[in-house]
Design a protein around this ligand. Sequence first.
Ligand SMILES: Cc1ncc(COP(=O)(O)O)c(C=O)c1O
Length: 401
Amino acid sequence: MAKKNKFLAEFRVNRKNTNSVKWDNLKEQYGDDQLLPLWVADMDFKSPKAVTDALVARVQHGVFGYSTIPDSYYDAFFEWQQTRYGIEMHKEWMRFGTGVVNSLYQLVDLMTEPGDNVLVQTPVYYPFYSAIEDNQRRVIRTPLKHENNQYEMDFEALERDIKENHVKLLIQCSPHNPVGRVWTESELTQLLELCRENHVMVISDEIHQDLIVGNKPFISALSIDDGRYRDNMVVVNAPSKTFNLAALQNSHIIIPNSQLRAKYDKLVKHLNKPEGSLMGRVAGEAAYRSGAIWLDEILSIVRTNYLEVSHQLVSKFPEIKISELEGTYLMWIDLSAYVRADRMKEFMQKECGLAVDYGQWFSEETPGFIRMNLATDLGTVQIAVDQLLKGLKGAKLNHLN
Ligand SMILES: Cc1ncc(COP(=O)(O)O)c(C=O)c1O
């Protein structure tokens, strides 16, 4: 406990009036700047001290001219991937971007033609839909199986949807936002084999790879069956979600297939230097080198928050269904037993005073869900729980259910 308090004293900061999207964009997003924000996926914690030290040192150098990506960056990133997950990486596979969503847009353009069908397993992180639709491709939605409060891939439906729609590309979220699954080796193998057999390319979005909260280990699509499927895929990841660096704009596009890489290089040539930022790389390198202990503390805070919220909600309202949080710091909560879907927004904002991501944003099938960001201190989470419980008691009286 003392260790946790020391960590909180050092790293928890008040983010209000710091141009934070999460804290300062509430009016624009929700029409109400008094809500307690538990939405967009960043943390209310400062990055590891090694990161701020490295940034300060770079700033003190004082020159910000054109810069290269040093070998030391690759070394730090590769060592992180190798020692934590056994992933084999190669320098020539790597390209850099300003953010994963930005890269998804470029990759959909690269790997498909206008009008092609691109499959996602729903509910899923909503920019996946925009990256497909804004590129004039069609989204094929295959719902994850949701039985006994467990999410699983529905392989029968996947095979049917892929075949019937001549799907060209599948965008995979691993670990999965918002349902919190960390996919097993056997699930990933079955998925990648299905894609290979049906000539479906894969983008594996592994931005949440380090945010492992439960007992299942993270496995990259790159390592399945000793890299057997590598030629068929692009993996995107970044230090940004892990170490809270989103605004520093540094992400990775990993393309093992040399022909696809050449096509990618040709495509991005005419885009305005989409290769990320100097400060993002300074921060990322320091984080991969020295951020592991900080990350352990964050994961421990998220675990505690998750157990507390689950316990308090379910003990008072037993029909609330909470998905197991294997990965990510985003809690997926089914309130449909108590709150009518068409009243969800009114309930969360007017009755509870909370800004959360609505289930509707992730899929039309999940309007009774909310997604709650747990990357904050327990005190803030407790206020959110108290407000939610108060709202739920009122919902009974006000017939919001
Ligand atoms: C699955 C997934 N991909 C990408 C992103 C955003 O990545 P970026 O900020 O690098 O665009 C998020 C953020 O929540 C995410 O959950």
